[in-house]
Design a protein around this ligand. Structure first.
Ligand code: UT7
Length: 322
């Protein structure tokens, strides 16, 4: 059984945080943040607003924007998040309960910024296996609750938000072959831990905040993403020119520019959510999709390559026809 994405919707919290906010407590400025990252604003969830709340609001937006879709028939929920409400119960189970869905499986996945695409890969597999017919794939984060606001190299990057895709069976393939991968030897270069343990032979900081070795991840991202785009096209027997859009995880505008340069692809055909939403990890790809759809860029029949990369380090890529 083949599959397709039937709809995508999002939710971004109301609280807008401009770059000048950070000048109150760290040595930084708008010029540095915009020129080094492309970020002008990000949203922060309210103190009593958690990742499952953002997911529920995104799902309600999906239902409101697509009245023909009956959420009651959803039979599997996947939530990709590195900022779960808690370790147990899963965020997916909280979303299931919050939406009042009674006939669905629920599962969290933790592959950080590549997680939304990993979720699409799993949804495609569930539908191909014939076991499920209506899968909600969420990418959602409340990174602001796990940000180290004393670290100027990372705190200016992160924002909160959620996106959701509905994946259903299709007569013709509209979610094509995928790439997935992991390089755990770089685990210590991007982590969030509350366990005082050793990763890649090094003692990590168990303060429950995000730690990133920005330069190492930046270099790895440009190299890995560029080569995986080429591989993804090859396994689908497609050419770069056949793609209408590329949506990479919005980590840093300079990574998108580096990849566009490396693969010789026009930067204006790379969609992102970085400018006004920052780095929202799992949520960045559906957020970028939604911004571009609402701006009339992505149209029915378009071919879109989505590729997430991040903590693990991991990556996952897919080409879809909308
Ligand atoms: O989402 C998961 C995947 N994550 C990524 O892909 C992130 C990849 N990495 C990056 O995006 C970039 O490495 C960062 C945005 C995190 C950092 O940018 P950079 O160009 O690599 O900066 P840097 O760490 O090399 O720092 C350059 C300079 C340093 O000053 P000196 O040592 O040259 O005097 C930093 O101390 O910029 C300084 N700096 C800042 N200055 C003002 C670092 N952060 C700031 C800041 N404001 N917020």
């Amino acid at each position: 059984m083949e599959s397709k994405i039937t709809a995508i919707a999002v939710y971004a919290p109301e609280k807008r945080i401009t770059n000048s906010y950070f000048q109150q407590f760290i040595d930084t400025n708008d010029e540095w943040i915009v020129s080094r990252t492309g970020i002008r604003e990000r949203r922060f969830a309210a103190d009593d607003e958690f990742t499952s709340d953002l997911c529920i609001k995104a799902a309600k937006n999906l239902a409101a924007e697509n009245p023909e879709i009956a959420l009651a028939d959803v039979d599997f929920i996947i939530v990709s998040t590195t900022t779960a409400d808690q370790v147990m119960p899963s965020t997916a189970s909280q979303v299931q309960n919050g939406l009042g869905l009674t006939n669905t499986g629920a599962l969290d996945i933790m592959s950080a910024c590549s997680g939304f695409v990993y979720g699409l890969v799993l949804a495609k597999g569930l539908i191909a296996a014939g076991t499920h017919k209506k899968v909600l794939v969420f990418g959602a984060e409340t990174l602001s609750k796990f940000t180290d606001f004393t670290d100027r190299t990372s705190c200016i990057l992160f924002g909160d938000g959620a996106g959701v895709a509905l994946v259903e069976p299709s007569e013709k393939a509209r979610i094509f072959k995928v790439v997935t991968g992991s390089d755990g030897s770089h685990g210590k270069d991007l982590y969030l831990s509350q366990n005082n343990n050793i990763v890649n032979g090094e003692q990590i900081d168990a303060n429950g905040k995000i730690h990133q070795n920005g330069k190492v991840v930046f270099k790895w991202a440009i190299q890995t993403v560029s080569s995986q785009i080429i591989k993804l096209l090859a396994i689908n027997s497609m050419k770069l020119e056949e793609l209408d859009w590329i949506i990479l995880h919005s980590a840093n505008m300079r990574i998108l520019e580096g990849v566009a340069n490396e693969i010789n692809y026009p930067i204006d055909k790379m969609l992102s959510s970085i400018e006004y939403l920052g780095n929202t990890s799992s949520a960045s790809i559906p957020l970028a999709f939604d911004i571009a759809s609402k701006a009339g860029k992505i149209k029915q029949g378009n071919k879109v390559l989505m590729l997430g990369f991040g903590g693990g380090l991991t990556f996952s890529g897919v080409i879809v026809e909308i």
